[in-house]
Design a protein around this ligand. Sequence first.
Ligand SMILES: *Cc1c(COP(=O)(O)O)cnc(C)c1O
Length: 457
Amino acid sequence: MTDVLTQSQTQSWQQDDAEHHLHPFGDSGAIAREGARIMTRAKGVHIWDSTGKVYLDAFAGLWCVNLGYGREELVEAAARQMRELPYYNLFFKTATPPVVELAKALAEVAPSHINHTFFVGSGSEANDTVLRMVRRYWDLKGKPSRKTIIGRENGYHGSTVAGASLGGMKPMHAQGDLPIPGVAHIRQPYWFGEGGDMDPDEFGLVAARALEDKILELGPENVGAFIAEPIQGAGGIIIPPDTYWPEIQRIVHEYDLLLVVDEVICGFGRTGEWFGSDTFHLTPDFMPIAKGLSSGYLPIGGVMVADRVAEVFKAEGDDFNHGFTYSGHPVCAAVALENLRILRSERIIETVKTTTAPYLQSQLNTLADHPLVGEVRGIGMLGAIELVEDKASRRRYAGNGRAGTLCRDFALEQGLILRATGDTMLMSPPLVIAPEEIDELVTKTRHALDLTLEALK
Ligand SMILES: *Cc1c(COP(=O)(O)O)cnc(C)c1O
């Protein structure tokens, strides 16, 4: 009886979805024909769809549910703040208690030279804000020609006009005449895909020096900033070779660029440190943050700003004409503050670093000798598996991502949510995943690889 009810309820949701909902990053026509998967509830690292099927969410929603689902403290923090003050803005000389407390807490966990945050509603808004702040900074410094920002091919910085322009996703650029003027791109440090015969360290230097070449091509007097993720997330969990970031830092320093380190995924423990900048010893001028800031429970983002930049903004004696109605929304800020409190009091990032991440990585590495696997790489609670037809030459299967799609769908069938970018399988589980859940994740991944190999034969 309940099954029949569940079925008819699912069909009715799918029909309403088909008739009234346009999907982000999806083919709404195809989804309307196939029926959307309707997710209804979740707890810990598991999520249920409307048919009652349970999945291990090895993607933490969309790289964001760092504390896992169902944390009552976050629900309570939101309810408390909603009763007290559900909304007020930060424009015109105003602040609210959760916002100032959150700004202070962020300064405590960020690298020591970063002590200010500008709040926004998302990672994309954070990067729009970065673009405006970089240009404003150079105006205030009396160097208005330094307007161009250099990003990377296959980088991801969000989906607004500025975010998608700073990012280097070709399918996004192809829709909407992007990038906007004043944005340039260099190659990515993706050794497995583009390193050819070079060894990774050699390739890392080559990829970094593309920045210097681009600066010289554009003229150093015209370049304001370089933006990059510490580890490319959406691009395929691309961990740069060890030589890459030190060389980038040298170049950024030599040409006096602002360094924007997009921490939207890496921030808040994903790599086993508070920030990717800690992992790679970076000294950013700007750190866009979002996702794990609130564990995804409510939308909030920010731009963390280094002291040397904040000083310039504070000294200008004029308004910064930028902000959002929901900049530092008090309910979102209260949830983010509680999220930070839990991360600290339960020592979650320390546990990731010393215990669960090493376990995840060692278990993932047992997949390296699977015939379909060309490389397993990871750090902290990030893992990527490259699917190939030939291991030695790193040659892919024909079909442009067909192997990845097959593997993702076989994983789903068994109740495991992975993501596929081309033929690269990605995972980014909640930071609180337990060792036995890691076992479940790896066992199901292995099974999905077996089924994929079989299907490709
Ligand atoms: C997700 C993401 C963004 C965009 O964040 P939204 O909240 O989706 O706007 C920006 N940068 C990186 C690195 C991301 O992963």
